[in-house]
Design a protein around this ligand. Structure first.
Ligand code: UDP
Ligand code: MG
Length: 333
């Protein structure tokens, strides 16, 4: 008898309007797999009634564990908290708003269990009702990111199944500023992609503003590539070459007595070189800021509270056929 335990990690931030319904949909899909499972909800410092909903869920239904972070640390930190606390043989990471279709879970588990893949990644075939600016921005970002990091992350999503080995490998990565999609690609292992269409968010709004997305993009690029730093050197070499050509030409004209007194070239050069210097300083500053954040070595998140479904739910779970009888009796012993 197989006794695989699957932990489903779900970051939740201000989702009170839909979390209960969505969890019941996810549970139904998990029950179809016939495996033992645990739903690990990470409340990322919600300011609405999300935490009380999670408490209700843990009182009403089995297999629920919830962590509450002490404030809103962001989705990446919430994912870290979930992955650190996950137990069992594999871990599925998905959003709370059903934009990652739970109907795909049985297929993900089949690929992991029967075909031996250690990472099953959901890739976005269609990006749902995202705004044009987000679609174009995401496309541009992933193109640059894939070129710079050497990992193809086009259409990547956080909807993934990770084997226990992969979760353990992920935990050994100690950086403070995490980028889950990039880190899980960096880890390697035997992987397969399955395409999915991003669902439409039925309730609430996306928590990712354009500013948040840009910050994440800068974080992702700076954690996976030092190339922007080299651009500064390339620019320096480029301008040195230009300066040599211009210098020789100016000297020649001076010697021939045909030098014209004009400010246009001087002003243009000043402006161009000035902007390049500013951008270069900005790039270097961004990396220094990242180093500063890393050396402070603060925790990635702080867990303020923790709740779990009680053991009394076991019989209910068994009655619902969520846990096979043998496992239920094992748990009782
Ligand atoms: N989320 C989170 N912390 C945040 C923002 C979002 O835990 O600071 C969660 C959110 O509850 C959802 C998932 O991350 O489960 C994806 O967020 P959202 O749907 O807002 O992003 P989008 O789908 O627009 O990328
Ligand atoms: Mg969403």
């Amino acid at each position: 008898m197989e006794r695989s335990l699957i932990t489903v990690v779900i970051p939740v931030y201000n989702e009170e309007s839909q979390i209960c319904e969505n969890i019941s949909v996810i549970r139904q899909c998990l029950a179809e797999t016939g495996m033992e499972f645990m739903i690990l909800l990470v409340d990322d410092g919600s300011t609405d009634g999300t935490w009380s909903r999670l408490k209700m869920l843990s009182e009403d239904i089995p297999c629920i564990k919830a962590l509450r972070l002490s404030r809103n640390f962001g989705k990446e930190a919430a994912l870290c908290a979930g992955l650190e606390a996950a137990e069992g043989d594999c871990c599925i990471i998905m959003d709370a708003d059903l934009q990652h279709p739970p109907a795909l879970i049985p297929e993900m588990i089949r690929l992991w269990k029967d075909e031996g893949y250690e990472v099953v990644e959901g890739v976005k075939a269609l990006r749902g009702n995202e705004s044009m600016i987000k679609k174009v921005g995401a496309n541009l970002f992933y193109r640059i990111q894939s070129k710079l990091s050497g990992f193809n992350m086009q259409q990547a999503s956080d909807f993934k199944l990770l084997d226990k080995k992969v979760v353990l490998a992920w935990r050994s990565m100690n950086e403070r500023g995490t980028f889950f999609r990039g880190m899980s690609a960096w880890i390697g292992y035997n992987r397969i992609s399955i395409p999915f269409n991003v669902g439409i968010r039925t309730n609430g709004v996306s928590k990712w503003s354009l500013f948040n997305l840009c910050t994440l993009a800068v974080k992702a690029i700076t954690s996976f590539s030092s190339f922007p730093l080299y651009i500064v050197t390339f620019m320096g070499v480029f301008f040195l070459a230009g300066a040599l050509v211009l210098g020789i030409q100016t000297l020649y004209m001076k010697l021939m007595g045909i030098a014209l007194s004009g400010f246009t070239t001087v002003i243009l050069l000043l402006l161009i070189i000035g902007s390049c210097l500013m951008i270069s300083l900005g790039v270097i500053g961004t990396y220094i800021a990242r180093i500063y954040e890393e050396v402070k070595y603060r925790p990635r998140y702080i867990v303020a509270d923790e709740i779990m479904s009680s053991e009394d739910h076991l019989s209910e779970a068994e009655a619902m056929g969520i846990w096979p009888k043998e496992i239920a009796s094992l748990h009782r012993e």
